[in-house]
Write a protein that binds this ligand. Structure first.
Ligand code: NAP
Ligand code: MG
Length: 480
């Protein structure tokens, strides 16, 4: 196989002209853009070129108080009084507006977060719209989701989301909350606030009553002020296990859902279609620069096919294009922040120091911006940090196994339990392993596939509660 399988393509960047960045963004509270009470602001950076995109408000306790009060007022006076069918109409309107403005959202998402335009355009934004459509349909059918039971909204939901899928996580959280009749205060991550703020504008265009959706931007302290607020009836958090545990201790409400980290095993048996498995492995770990909680970051491959699979994988990795997120040919974009890049580098160094062998794609990385070459480790022992800790970057740890039992034992040998993958020709083996794997989602002969009707969530330190599907509705309702 040739050493450098990539062809030179002419640059094909999307124009960012459709995005109208303001010089500064306020919080979205009570249907208006407002500055922080103390006037504090922060900047958000384009990770692909390290340039400041714009500034946004840095929220403190007073701003969170104001947003929670606004959500409470909207709940008491408007949202809890309108009909379920009307809630559904608003959600349909948001979904349609999102589709109409999808290009603008996709470009902004790639600029603020560094993900390839192909992914923001083809995955993040369409799925976000899909979540609103799906939940719009449920709004007036909740009694059918919970037959012979009464359901009531919880009230005001505080929602805190990470930077890896900024708009999609906002949609995952907002759509079920609103469909079930709650009002919301949403806190986006500090490195990626812009699509949540654009969504707030869109929600205003959709005519939602002021205060039903509020967005407070800022840093970790802003999130802490929201998650420990006595005025919220529900906290939904997606982020690290560390912060999730903190929230569990400080939240005043018992209605808590936590979607935390993962260290998924992607298991390839010798009878698997190997070329298809290679594409699944690539999608499992290099998709979105590996900034995916359910990424297939541990590859477990049956010993008899390990050499062949690694050879095919090596060849495929060398054909991945790393670079400008706005370029339509880019496979792997920018690492979301300097801090995250440092974390990846530190873990990769630990892998080398502990005796694993590092292999990397040989493509030149852009000089400006934060990038990391798609990488994999061989000779990994289950005790190595790179086999246990979440790297949250484009780095795969490869281990081998001999028997199905050994594969399951190794797969479950983690403090996490969010997702897993199985590649085999045998349907019976898939069903047997499904029952043995401690993971919230198990993909068979595919990886990283999402659908709003399918519940998503973890076991063990990957958190609890489910998002999506009927199970996800229950997290925003009191069911009696
Ligand atoms: P993080 O530090 O936990 O941040 C997540 C969110 O929490 C951000 O909005 C963050 O705000 C906020 N936050 C930070 N400190 C807080 C505190 N003390 N109290 C309340 N909120 C606080 O996670 P991250 O490093 O940004 O994101 C990567 C992690 O998220 C990974 O571990 C990944 O596995 C996990 N993740 C899980 C899922 C899932 O569905 N299970 C999905 C995506 C990501 P700032 O950004 O302003 O600090
Ligand atoms: Mg940014």
């Amino acid at each position: 196989m040739s050493e450098t399988p990539t062809w030179d393509y002419a640059p094909a960047p999307e124009s960012s002209a459709i995005v109208n960045l303001k010089e500064e963004y306020g919080h979205f509270i009570g249907g208006e853009s407002v500055p922080s009470a103390d006037g504090a602001t922060m900047e958000t950076i384009n990770p692909a070129n390290e340039q400041v995109l714009t500034r946004f408000a840095k929220g403190g306790q007073e701003d969170v108080d104001r947003a929670v009060a606004s959500a409470r007022k909207a709940y008491d006076e408007v949202w809890s009084k309108i009909s379920a069918a009307d809630r559904g109409k608003y959600l349909y309107r948001i979904a349609r507006l999102l589709q109409e403005r999808s290009r603008e959202f996709a470009i902004l998402e790639s600029m603020d977060g560094g993900k390839p335009i192909r992914e923001s355009r083809d995955i993040d934004i369409p799925l976000a719209a899909h979540h609103f459509f799906y939940h719009a349909g449920w709004a007036d059918k909740l009694p059918y989701a919970f037959p012979n039971q009464t359901v009531n909204p919880l009230g005001v939901a505080g929602q805190i989301i990470p930077w890896n899928f900024p708009l999609l996580m906002a949609a995952w959280k907002l759509a079920p909350a609103l469909a079930c009749g709650n009002t919301v205060v949403l806190k986006p991550a500090e490195t990626t606030p812009l699509t949540a703020l654009l969504l707030a504008e869109l929600i205003q265009d959709a005519g939602l009553p002021p205060g039903v959706v509020n967005v407070v931007t800022g840093a970790g302290e802003t999130g802490a002020a929201l998650s420990s607020h006595a005025g919220v009836d529900k906290i939904a958090f997606t982020g690290s296990t560390e912060v999730g545990k903190l929230i569990q201790r400080t939240a005043k409400t018992r209605n808590l859902t936590l979607e935390l980290g993962g260290k998924a095993a992607n298991i390839v048996f010798e009878d698997a279609p190997l070329d298809q498995a290679v594409e699944g492995i690539i999608n499992g770990i290099y998709f979105n620069q590996g900034h995916v909680c359910c990424a297939g970051s541990r590859l477990l491959v049956q010993e008899s096919v390990a050499d062949l699979l690694v050879e095919k994988l090596d060849h495929r990795i060398k054909s991945l294009r790393v670079g400008d997120p706005l370029d339509k040919n880019t496979d792997v974009g920018a690492i979301n922040s300097r801090e995250q890049l440092d974390r990846i580098c530190e873990l990769v160094e630990s892998g080398k120091a502990e005796g694993s062998e590092l292999h990397q794609s040989t493509e030149d990385l852009p000089e400006k911006g934060w990038f990391f070459a798609p990488s994999y480790f061989t000779g990994v022992a289950p005790s190595h940090r790179i086999a246990r800790e979440e790297i949250f970057g484009p780095v795969l740890s490869i281990m081998t196994f001999r028997t199905p039992d050994e594969a399951v034992e190794k797969a479950n040998n983690t403090m996490y339990g969010l997702s897993a993958g199985i590649w085999t020709d045998k349907g019976s083996r898939i069903f047997k392993l499904l029952g043995e794997m401690n993971a919230g989602v198990v993909w068979a002969n595919t990886f990283n596939k999402f659908d709003p009707s399918s519940p998503f969530g973890g076991y063990k330190e990957s958190g609890y509660g489910r998002e999506g599907g009927k199970q996800g509705l229950a997290a925003y309702l009191e069911v009696k």
